[in-house]
Design a binder for this molecule. Structure first.
Ligand code: NI
Length: 405
Protein backbone atom coordinates (compact mmCIF):
# COMPACT_ATOMS: atom_id res chain seq x y z
CA UNK A 1 0.00 0.00 0.00
CA UNK A 2 2.75 2.38 1.01
CA UNK A 3 4.70 1.97 -2.22
CA UNK A 4 1.67 2.89 -4.33
CA UNK A 5 2.05 6.51 -3.25
CA UNK A 6 4.76 8.84 -4.46
CA UNK A 7 7.40 9.48 -1.84
CA UNK A 8 8.39 13.12 -2.12
CA UNK A 9 11.73 14.04 -0.67
CA UNK A 10 11.29 15.25 2.87
CA UNK A 11 12.78 18.67 3.21
CA UNK A 12 12.81 19.93 6.76
CA UNK A 13 13.96 23.33 5.51
CA UNK A 14 10.30 24.18 4.98
CA UNK A 15 9.83 23.91 8.70
CA UNK A 16 10.67 27.16 10.46
CA UNK A 17 13.92 27.13 12.38
CA UNK A 18 12.39 27.51 15.82
CA UNK A 19 10.26 24.42 15.24
CA UNK A 20 13.08 22.46 13.64
CA UNK A 21 15.18 23.17 16.71
CA UNK A 22 12.47 21.51 18.83
CA UNK A 23 12.99 18.21 16.99
CA UNK A 24 15.45 16.73 19.57
CA UNK A 25 12.98 17.49 22.38
CA UNK A 26 10.06 16.10 20.38
CA UNK A 27 12.00 12.87 19.90
CA UNK A 28 13.01 12.77 23.55
CA UNK A 29 9.42 13.28 24.75
CA UNK A 30 8.04 10.76 22.28
CA UNK A 31 10.60 8.13 23.33
CA UNK A 32 9.98 8.77 27.00
CA UNK A 33 6.25 8.25 26.43
CA UNK A 34 6.96 5.22 24.27
CA UNK A 35 8.83 3.61 27.16
CA UNK A 36 5.92 4.02 29.56
CA UNK A 37 2.79 3.17 27.57
CA UNK A 38 -0.51 3.03 29.43
CA UNK A 39 -3.93 1.68 28.47
CA UNK A 40 -7.09 3.79 28.19
CA UNK A 41 -8.06 5.68 31.36
CA UNK A 42 -4.85 4.47 33.01
CA UNK A 43 -2.66 7.19 31.46
CA UNK A 44 -1.35 8.26 34.87
CA UNK A 45 2.37 8.60 34.11
CA UNK A 46 1.56 10.05 30.69
CA UNK A 47 -0.75 12.71 32.15
CA UNK A 48 1.80 13.48 34.87
CA UNK A 49 4.46 13.96 32.21
CA UNK A 50 2.24 16.25 30.12
CA UNK A 51 1.09 18.25 33.15
CA UNK A 52 4.67 18.60 34.41
CA UNK A 53 5.80 20.04 31.07
CA UNK A 54 2.86 22.46 30.85
CA UNK A 55 3.55 23.59 34.40
CA UNK A 56 7.24 24.07 33.64
CA UNK A 57 6.27 26.37 30.74
CA UNK A 58 3.66 28.23 32.76
CA UNK A 59 0.70 27.06 30.66
CA UNK A 60 -2.65 27.14 32.42
CA UNK A 61 -4.26 23.68 32.40
CA UNK A 62 -6.66 21.34 34.12
CA UNK A 63 -5.93 17.69 34.84
CA UNK A 64 -8.15 14.74 35.72
CA UNK A 65 -10.73 15.50 33.04
CA UNK A 66 -12.66 12.30 32.23
CA UNK A 67 -10.20 10.57 34.61
CA UNK A 68 -6.83 11.15 32.94
CA UNK A 69 -7.48 13.87 30.34
CA UNK A 70 -5.87 17.32 30.34
CA UNK A 71 -7.00 20.60 28.81
CA UNK A 72 -4.62 23.53 28.43
CA UNK A 73 -5.55 26.99 27.21
CA UNK A 74 -3.09 29.28 25.45
CA UNK A 75 -4.28 32.79 24.69
CA UNK A 76 -2.69 34.80 21.89
CA UNK A 77 -1.77 38.45 22.42
CA UNK A 78 -2.03 39.72 18.86
CA UNK A 79 -5.55 41.08 18.70
CA UNK A 80 -8.54 40.75 20.87
CA UNK A 81 -10.80 38.09 19.46
CA UNK A 82 -13.06 35.58 21.02
CA UNK A 83 -12.35 32.79 18.56
CA UNK A 84 -11.16 29.50 20.03
CA UNK A 85 -9.47 26.67 18.14
CA UNK A 86 -9.01 23.29 19.81
CA UNK A 87 -6.22 20.85 19.01
CA UNK A 88 -6.79 17.28 20.12
CA UNK A 89 -4.23 14.55 20.80
CA UNK A 90 -4.88 11.06 22.15
CA UNK A 91 -2.51 9.56 24.72
CA UNK A 92 -3.33 5.87 25.20
CA UNK A 93 -1.48 2.69 24.20
CA UNK A 94 -2.53 -0.86 23.29
CA UNK A 95 -2.39 -4.28 24.98
CA UNK A 96 0.40 -5.52 22.68
CA UNK A 97 3.84 -6.90 23.58
CA UNK A 98 6.41 -4.81 21.73
CA UNK A 99 8.80 -6.76 19.48
CA UNK A 100 11.01 -3.81 18.46
CA UNK A 101 14.57 -3.98 19.73
CA UNK A 102 15.08 -0.25 20.15
CA UNK A 103 16.64 1.53 23.14
CA UNK A 104 13.30 3.22 23.82
CA UNK A 105 11.20 0.04 23.67
CA UNK A 106 8.23 -0.33 26.02
CA UNK A 107 9.13 -1.01 29.64
CA UNK A 108 5.58 -2.02 30.45
CA UNK A 109 5.02 -5.71 29.84
CA UNK A 110 2.24 -6.40 27.36
CA UNK A 111 1.52 -2.72 26.70
CA UNK A 112 2.80 -0.79 23.71
CA UNK A 113 2.37 2.47 21.86
CA UNK A 114 1.62 0.57 18.66
CA UNK A 115 -0.56 3.26 17.10
CA UNK A 116 1.62 6.34 17.45
CA UNK A 117 -0.32 8.14 20.17
CA UNK A 118 3.03 8.74 21.91
CA UNK A 119 3.89 10.82 18.84
CA UNK A 120 0.53 12.64 18.95
CA UNK A 121 1.15 13.61 22.57
CA UNK A 122 4.69 14.80 21.75
CA UNK A 123 3.44 16.85 18.77
CA UNK A 124 0.73 18.45 20.93
CA UNK A 125 3.30 19.26 23.61
CA UNK A 126 5.62 20.80 21.01
CA UNK A 127 2.71 22.84 19.64
CA UNK A 128 1.78 24.07 23.13
CA UNK A 129 5.40 24.98 23.83
CA UNK A 130 5.78 26.89 20.56
CA UNK A 131 2.45 28.74 20.79
CA UNK A 132 3.17 29.72 24.38
CA UNK A 133 6.53 31.15 23.28
CA UNK A 134 4.90 33.00 20.37
CA UNK A 135 1.69 34.35 21.86
CA UNK A 136 2.28 37.61 20.02
CA UNK A 137 1.89 35.82 16.66
CA UNK A 138 -1.74 34.84 17.00
CA UNK A 139 -5.07 36.16 18.12
CA UNK A 140 -7.73 34.14 19.92
CA UNK A 141 -7.21 31.16 22.16
CA UNK A 142 -6.03 27.62 21.56
CA UNK A 143 -7.32 24.78 23.66
CA UNK A 144 -5.01 21.79 23.75
CA UNK A 145 -7.01 18.64 24.50
CA UNK A 146 -4.98 15.64 25.69
CA UNK A 147 -7.49 12.80 25.49
CA UNK A 148 -7.43 9.38 27.14
CA UNK A 149 -8.68 6.02 25.86
CA UNK A 150 -9.10 6.52 22.12
CA UNK A 151 -8.52 2.80 21.58
CA UNK A 152 -11.51 2.09 23.74
CA UNK A 153 -13.79 2.52 25.47
CA UNK A 154 -13.39 6.11 24.22
CA UNK A 155 -12.30 9.24 26.05
CA UNK A 156 -13.65 11.89 23.66
CA UNK A 157 -17.31 11.56 24.65
CA UNK A 158 -16.75 11.75 28.43
CA UNK A 159 -14.40 14.73 27.90
CA UNK A 160 -17.10 16.53 25.90
CA UNK A 161 -19.62 15.69 28.64
CA UNK A 162 -17.41 17.40 31.21
CA UNK A 163 -17.58 20.54 29.06
CA UNK A 164 -14.15 20.75 27.42
CA UNK A 165 -15.67 22.45 24.38
CA UNK A 166 -17.26 25.15 26.54
CA UNK A 167 -16.08 28.13 28.56
CA UNK A 168 -14.53 29.48 26.42
CA UNK A 169 -16.59 27.90 23.66
CA UNK A 170 -14.59 26.14 20.96
CA UNK A 171 -15.32 27.30 17.39
CA UNK A 172 -13.41 24.59 15.54
CA UNK A 173 -11.13 21.64 16.17
CA UNK A 174 -8.22 19.95 14.44
CA UNK A 175 -6.33 16.76 15.13
CA UNK A 176 -3.97 14.40 13.38
CA UNK A 177 -2.99 10.75 13.26
CA UNK A 178 0.55 9.71 12.35
CA UNK A 179 -0.13 7.32 9.50
CA UNK A 180 2.06 4.47 8.34
CA UNK A 181 -0.30 3.80 5.44
CA UNK A 182 1.23 6.94 3.92
CA UNK A 183 4.92 7.69 3.45
CA UNK A 184 6.72 10.44 5.31
CA UNK A 185 6.29 13.71 3.46
CA UNK A 186 2.61 13.23 2.68
CA UNK A 187 -0.56 14.40 4.35
CA UNK A 188 -3.91 12.65 3.97
CA UNK A 189 -6.64 15.26 4.17
CA UNK A 190 -10.11 15.48 2.69
CA UNK A 191 -13.46 17.09 3.19
CA UNK A 192 -16.32 14.85 4.33
CA UNK A 193 -15.91 11.29 5.58
CA UNK A 194 -12.38 10.29 6.53
CA UNK A 195 -12.95 7.36 8.86
CA UNK A 196 -15.88 5.02 9.43
CA UNK A 197 -18.51 4.58 12.10
CA UNK A 198 -17.72 1.64 14.36
CA UNK A 199 -20.50 -0.62 15.65
CA UNK A 200 -20.27 -4.13 17.04
CA UNK A 201 -22.46 -7.08 17.83
CA UNK A 202 -22.37 -10.25 19.85
CA UNK A 203 -24.82 -13.00 19.13
CA UNK A 204 -25.56 -16.27 20.88
CA UNK A 205 -27.58 -18.92 18.99
CA UNK A 206 -29.43 -21.23 21.34
CA UNK A 207 -30.32 -24.56 19.72
CA UNK A 208 -30.66 -28.04 21.18
CA UNK A 209 -27.67 -30.36 21.43
CA UNK A 210 -27.54 -34.06 20.78
CA UNK A 211 -25.80 -36.96 19.03
CA UNK A 212 -24.05 -36.17 15.76
CA UNK A 213 -25.69 -39.19 14.18
CA UNK A 214 -29.22 -38.23 15.27
CA UNK A 215 -29.69 -34.65 14.02
CA UNK A 216 -33.47 -35.02 13.87
CA UNK A 217 -33.53 -34.90 17.67
CA UNK A 218 -31.65 -31.60 17.79
CA UNK A 219 -31.59 -27.98 16.70
CA UNK A 220 -28.08 -27.62 15.32
CA UNK A 221 -26.68 -24.23 16.39
CA UNK A 222 -23.76 -24.67 13.95
CA UNK A 223 -26.07 -24.91 10.94
CA UNK A 224 -28.11 -21.94 12.16
CA UNK A 225 -24.95 -19.88 12.75
CA UNK A 226 -23.64 -20.75 9.28
CA UNK A 227 -26.87 -19.48 7.67
CA UNK A 228 -26.64 -16.30 9.68
CA UNK A 229 -22.99 -15.66 8.70
CA UNK A 230 -23.91 -16.02 5.02
CA UNK A 231 -27.07 -13.94 5.26
CA UNK A 232 -25.27 -11.09 7.05
CA UNK A 233 -23.09 -10.68 3.95
CA UNK A 234 -26.17 -9.77 1.94
CA UNK A 235 -26.70 -6.57 3.95
CA UNK A 236 -23.79 -4.83 2.24
CA UNK A 237 -24.28 -6.69 -1.03
CA UNK A 238 -28.06 -6.17 -1.36
CA UNK A 239 -29.29 -3.48 1.03
CA UNK A 240 -26.58 -0.82 0.83
CA UNK A 241 -26.41 1.53 -2.15
CA UNK A 242 -23.26 0.42 -4.03
CA UNK A 243 -22.12 4.05 -4.06
CA UNK A 244 -21.87 3.92 -0.26
CA UNK A 245 -19.12 1.99 1.50
CA UNK A 246 -19.88 -0.37 4.36
CA UNK A 247 -18.49 -3.52 5.96
CA UNK A 248 -20.05 -6.30 8.01
CA UNK A 249 -17.39 -8.65 9.38
CA UNK A 250 -18.02 -11.68 11.55
CA UNK A 251 -14.68 -11.97 13.32
CA UNK A 252 -15.51 -14.69 15.80
CA UNK A 253 -17.51 -17.88 15.59
CA UNK A 254 -17.37 -20.51 18.30
CA UNK A 255 -19.40 -23.67 18.68
CA UNK A 256 -19.07 -27.28 19.63
CA UNK A 257 -16.73 -29.50 21.57
CA UNK A 258 -16.45 -32.74 19.57
CA UNK A 259 -16.93 -34.07 16.04
CA UNK A 260 -19.92 -36.27 16.84
CA UNK A 261 -21.74 -33.94 19.19
CA UNK A 262 -24.24 -31.42 17.87
CA UNK A 263 -23.60 -28.14 19.63
CA UNK A 264 -26.51 -26.59 21.45
CA UNK A 265 -24.95 -23.13 21.43
CA UNK A 266 -22.97 -21.05 18.94
CA UNK A 267 -21.49 -17.64 19.62
CA UNK A 268 -20.39 -15.05 17.10
CA UNK A 269 -19.23 -11.48 17.21
CA UNK A 270 -18.55 -8.94 14.55
CA UNK A 271 -17.93 -5.36 13.55
CA UNK A 272 -19.86 -2.99 11.30
CA UNK A 273 -18.32 0.01 9.51
CA UNK A 274 -19.83 2.73 7.32
CA UNK A 275 -19.20 6.35 6.31
CA UNK A 276 -22.70 7.68 5.66
CA UNK A 277 -24.26 8.97 8.93
CA UNK A 278 -27.69 8.13 7.45
CA UNK A 279 -26.92 4.47 8.25
CA UNK A 280 -27.18 5.11 11.96
CA UNK A 281 -29.55 2.45 13.32
CA UNK A 282 -29.86 0.69 9.98
CA UNK A 283 -27.36 -2.15 10.51
CA UNK A 284 -28.64 -2.83 14.00
CA UNK A 285 -32.16 -3.25 12.65
CA UNK A 286 -31.13 -5.36 9.66
CA UNK A 287 -28.87 -7.69 11.66
CA UNK A 288 -31.61 -8.24 14.21
CA UNK A 289 -34.11 -9.03 11.40
CA UNK A 290 -31.77 -11.60 9.86
CA UNK A 291 -30.87 -13.28 13.15
CA UNK A 292 -34.51 -13.36 14.26
CA UNK A 293 -35.78 -14.67 10.93
CA UNK A 294 -33.22 -17.45 10.57
CA UNK A 295 -33.47 -18.57 14.20
CA UNK A 296 -37.25 -18.66 13.90
CA UNK A 297 -37.15 -20.77 10.75
CA UNK A 298 -34.90 -23.36 12.44
CA UNK A 299 -36.61 -23.31 15.82
CA UNK A 300 -33.62 -21.79 17.60
CA UNK A 301 -33.61 -18.80 19.87
CA UNK A 302 -30.98 -16.10 20.21
CA UNK A 303 -29.48 -13.41 22.34
CA UNK A 304 -28.18 -10.39 20.42
CA UNK A 305 -26.27 -7.45 21.82
CA UNK A 306 -25.55 -4.52 19.55
CA UNK A 307 -23.37 -1.50 20.37
CA UNK A 308 -22.76 1.74 18.50
CA UNK A 309 -19.22 2.71 19.48
CA UNK A 310 -17.98 5.65 17.36
CA UNK A 311 -19.80 7.69 14.69
CA UNK A 312 -17.98 8.34 11.36
CA UNK A 313 -15.23 10.97 11.27
CA UNK A 314 -16.67 13.73 9.07
CA UNK A 315 -14.50 16.72 8.20
CA UNK A 316 -15.88 20.20 7.61
CA UNK A 317 -15.12 21.47 4.09
CA UNK A 318 -13.71 24.83 5.25
CA UNK A 319 -11.51 23.32 7.96
CA UNK A 320 -10.27 20.60 5.59
CA UNK A 321 -9.30 23.31 3.11
CA UNK A 322 -7.45 25.18 5.87
CA UNK A 323 -5.44 22.06 6.76
CA UNK A 324 -4.85 21.20 3.10
CA UNK A 325 -3.49 24.63 2.24
CA UNK A 326 -1.25 24.70 5.30
CA UNK A 327 0.00 21.16 4.68
CA UNK A 328 0.79 22.01 1.08
CA UNK A 329 2.98 24.88 2.28
CA UNK A 330 4.76 22.69 4.81
CA UNK A 331 5.46 19.73 2.57
CA UNK A 332 6.01 22.01 -0.42
CA UNK A 333 4.68 19.62 -3.01
CA UNK A 334 1.04 19.14 -4.01
CA UNK A 335 1.85 15.50 -4.84
CA UNK A 336 2.18 14.96 -1.10
CA UNK A 337 -1.47 15.80 -0.44
CA UNK A 338 -3.44 12.57 -0.54
CA UNK A 339 -7.21 13.07 -0.63
CA UNK A 340 -7.84 9.37 -1.31
CA UNK A 341 -6.86 8.51 2.26
CA UNK A 342 -10.17 7.23 3.61
CA UNK A 343 -10.13 4.20 5.84
CA UNK A 344 -12.82 2.01 7.39
CA UNK A 345 -10.90 2.27 10.66
CA UNK A 346 -12.63 4.32 13.34
CA UNK A 347 -11.68 7.13 15.71
CA UNK A 348 -13.51 8.86 18.52
CA UNK A 349 -12.33 12.24 17.20
CA UNK A 350 -15.74 11.88 15.50
CA UNK A 351 -17.53 12.94 18.70
CA UNK A 352 -15.66 16.26 18.70
CA UNK A 353 -16.46 16.73 15.01
CA UNK A 354 -20.16 16.18 15.74
CA UNK A 355 -20.05 19.12 18.14
CA UNK A 356 -17.95 21.67 16.22
CA UNK A 357 -16.65 21.93 12.64
CA UNK A 358 -13.17 20.57 12.29
CA UNK A 359 -10.66 18.49 10.42
CA UNK A 360 -8.90 15.30 11.32
CA UNK A 361 -6.02 14.36 9.03
CA UNK A 362 -3.31 11.78 8.49
CA UNK A 363 0.35 12.70 8.67
CA UNK A 364 2.41 10.25 6.61
CA UNK A 365 4.99 8.58 8.86
CA UNK A 366 6.17 5.42 7.08
CA UNK A 367 9.71 5.13 5.86
CA UNK A 368 10.40 1.71 4.32
CA UNK A 369 14.08 2.64 3.80
CA UNK A 370 14.50 2.75 7.57
CA UNK A 371 12.26 -0.33 8.08
CA UNK A 372 9.62 1.96 9.59
CA UNK A 373 6.57 0.79 7.69
CA UNK A 374 4.84 -1.81 9.87
CA UNK A 375 1.11 -1.23 10.12
CA UNK A 376 -0.58 0.32 13.11
CA UNK A 377 -1.32 -2.12 15.97
CA UNK A 378 1.57 -4.39 14.84
CA UNK A 379 4.07 -5.42 17.57
CA UNK A 380 6.83 -3.97 15.39
CA UNK A 381 5.04 -0.70 14.66
CA UNK A 382 7.28 2.35 14.69
CA UNK A 383 7.29 5.56 12.66
CA UNK A 384 9.76 8.04 11.22
CA UNK A 385 10.20 10.69 13.91
CA UNK A 386 10.93 13.32 11.25
CA UNK A 387 7.13 13.59 11.09
CA UNK A 388 7.01 15.04 14.62
CA UNK A 389 8.31 18.50 13.66
CA UNK A 390 6.11 18.44 10.56
CA UNK A 391 3.09 17.83 12.77
CA UNK A 392 3.98 20.78 15.01
CA UNK A 393 4.55 23.03 11.99
CA UNK A 394 1.16 22.12 10.49
CA UNK A 395 -0.68 22.71 13.78
CA UNK A 396 1.09 26.04 14.39
CA UNK A 397 0.39 27.31 10.88
CA UNK A 398 -3.25 26.19 11.17
CA UNK A 399 -3.56 28.25 14.36
CA UNK A 400 -2.07 31.35 12.71
CA UNK A 401 -4.18 30.98 9.59
CA UNK A 402 -7.39 30.13 11.46
CA UNK A 403 -7.32 33.35 13.46
CA UNK A 404 -6.48 35.41 10.41
CA UNK A 405 -9.55 34.28 8.53
NI1 NI B 1 -4.64 5.42 16.79
Amino acid sequence: MVSTFPNPAVDLSRIRLSIRSLQPQLIEWRRRLHQQPELGFQEKLTAEFVSHKLQEWGIEHQTGIAQTGIVATIKGNKLSTTKVLAIRADMDALPIQELNEVPYRSQHDGVMHACGHDGHTAIALGTAYYLNQHREDFAGAVKMIFQPAEEGPGGAKPMIETGVLKNPDVDAIIGLHLWNNLPLGTVGVRSGALMAAVESFECKILGKGGHGAMPHQTIDSVVVAAQIVNALQTIVARNVNPIDSAVVTVGELHAGTRRNVIADTARMSGTVRYFNPAFEGFFKQRIEQIVRGICQSYGASYDLEYSSLYPPVINDAGMAELVRSVAEDVIETPVGIVPECQTMGGEDMSFFLQEVPGCYFFLGSANPDKDLAYPHHHPRFDFDETALAMGVEIFVRCVEKFFNY
